[in-house]
Design a protein around this ligand. Structure first.
Ligand SMILES: Nc1nc2c(c(=O)[nH]1)N[C@H]1C(S)=C(S)[C@@H](COP(=O)(O)O)O[C@H]1N2
Ligand SMILES: [Mo]
Length: 201
């Protein structure tokens, strides 16, 4: 019953219900969820780093980042609190572009994303092979709002949205996995919405 009404809503919006992972509901709004406060960011002193197990670590200002070849991709986002939003058009620099610059070492197997403050989250480096994986500064044709992660957000498709940190400051490539903020708090390490990898309790 719940499922069929939900599916009907997805159809009304012109989408294929098969795109909705199990236990998720479609939303047209974009809810805002995070731990703590929205950080106040000063772009003059802001930089973005990719480092550790790479041949060429980089440190880029926001302007330098925007000089790299940009890409746009529509990604479905899935929050562990059970809402999904389809076709969010992110614009930024693909991970593949950054990887071609930094040249990950062969030992690099995980990416630890560091956000402003204490927030970190971890994914296997292979999760960033997807052409939709990027560091983004725009969503749906507008600059990201501070609430949604301006000035930079890591987009990791096909994982629950906590794996796509807002206010991204660095990506650290490492040989061994390091569970992050929510992963330590009982969220699943892998976070695949198609297998409902929500919590580990
Ligand atoms: N830096 C940072 N990024 C974060 C979080 C956070 O607490 N800090 N929360 C995550 C969680 S749990 C969710 S559900 C999504 C929500 O993204 P949204 O507010 O853009 O919908 O952001 C993720 N990214
Ligand atoms: Mo979340």
């Amino acid at each position: 019953m719940f499922r069929s009404r939900n599916e009907q809503r997805v159809r009304e919006l012109g989408f294929d219900p098969a795109r909705l992972p199990p236990g998720q509901k479609i939303t047209e709004k974009w809810p805002i969820l995070h731990a703590g406060d929205v950080p106040r960011i000063h772009l003059e002193s802001w930089y973005f780093r990719v480092w550790r197990e790479v041949a060429n670590p980089i440190e880029l200002t926001h302007a330098q980042l925007q000089e790299l070849p940009a890409a746009e991709a529509a990604t479905d986002i899935h929050c562990v609190t059970r809402w999904s939003r389809f076709d969010v058009r992110f614009r930024g620099v693909r991970w593949s572009e950054l990887a071609s610059i930094v040249e990950p070492r062969s030992v690099a197997r995980f990416a630890i994303a560091h956000a402003e403050g204490e927030y970190t989250t971890n994914v296997p480096l292979s999760a960033l092979d997807d052409p939709r994986a990027m560091v983004a500064w725009e969503a749906d044709g507008e600059p990201l709002t501070p609430d949604h992660g301006w000035p930079l957000r890591l987009i990791v498709p096909d994982r629950y949205l906590w794996k796509s940190p807002k206010w991204l400051r660095a990506v650290e490539l490492v040989a061994f996995d390091q569970p992050g903020f929510w992963e330590h708090g009982g969220y699943h390490n892998n976070a695949d919405p198609w297998s409902e990898e929500r919590y580990t309790l």
